[in-house]
Design a protein around this ligand. Sequence first.
Ligand code: SAM
Length: 282
Amino acid sequence: MTVIVNPLDPGLYIVATPIGNLGDLSPRAADILSRADVIAVEDSRVTAGLLRHVGSKRPMVPYHDHNAEGVRPGLVARMAHEAVALVSDAGTPLISDPGFKLVRDARIAGHTVVTIPGPCAAVAALTLAGLPTDRFLYLGFLPPKEKARAEAIAEVSAVRATLVLYESGPRLGACLAALAAGLGDREAAVTREITKRFEEAVTGSLTMLAARYADAPPKGEIVVVVAPPGEAAPASEADADAALAEALTRLTVSQAAGEVAKALGLNRKLLYARALAMKTKG
Ligand code: SAM
């Protein structure tokens, strides 16, 4: 019996795949992987398992960091008349994985680019960490060498956003210690083996987590999430009085109250009363 499969429109299909639990493969992703003319893969042994799971027998072409330059033009040329799917070993292609230049060149060549979104370890970790998610900065993998890592951390230390980074078990302790040294002792979460049997999220301060993992590198895949820098401590009464006393040497009571209220983020009316008392007293 011949099975007739509806062909896909030509172009590039970016297909997200599970990061551990095969149940997370979307029906649409399975459909594309069953109908693409060719699937560009990082490691054909890894993707072969996924294709077996969905019953796909579509051909694979290796596309990874070591052959991408040579393979890319041929893949882009095929997109003119064939459906080319791109997967990585796990998660969303292009996110610390190959694919960005393939998408860029497909666009330059005028081909259709379609995304089939799905699992991504960075986003999954954010949902587990219990830290602010309104602004986050994805850092990928930090450099492994101490100096370069410290520089990369210093570069983002003032950014008012939650930080998300990938790390390996053996390097985790040193990485957390470097984060504590460069960012201060912020709250953080070490998320591990997301969607797998031993999924966990360990939360605490960076120094506490660094101590926990210093001599006990965890197994499995890891995403570290770090809280944004804390708000500056509110100004104290003594700060307000000192600022008012200084301002009163230059300004009227009303102007001094206004200036200090703005600078310290305090209530102008209360500062006016305080400045008036200071002026009368002395
Ligand atoms: N493209 C992938 C994505 O969308 O998340 C990331 C690929 S990157 C080469 C692999 C890294 O992602 C791992 O070293 C680990 O830091 C993180 N990762 C992947 N799967 C994970 C999982 N199930 N749990 C925790 N971290 C994971």
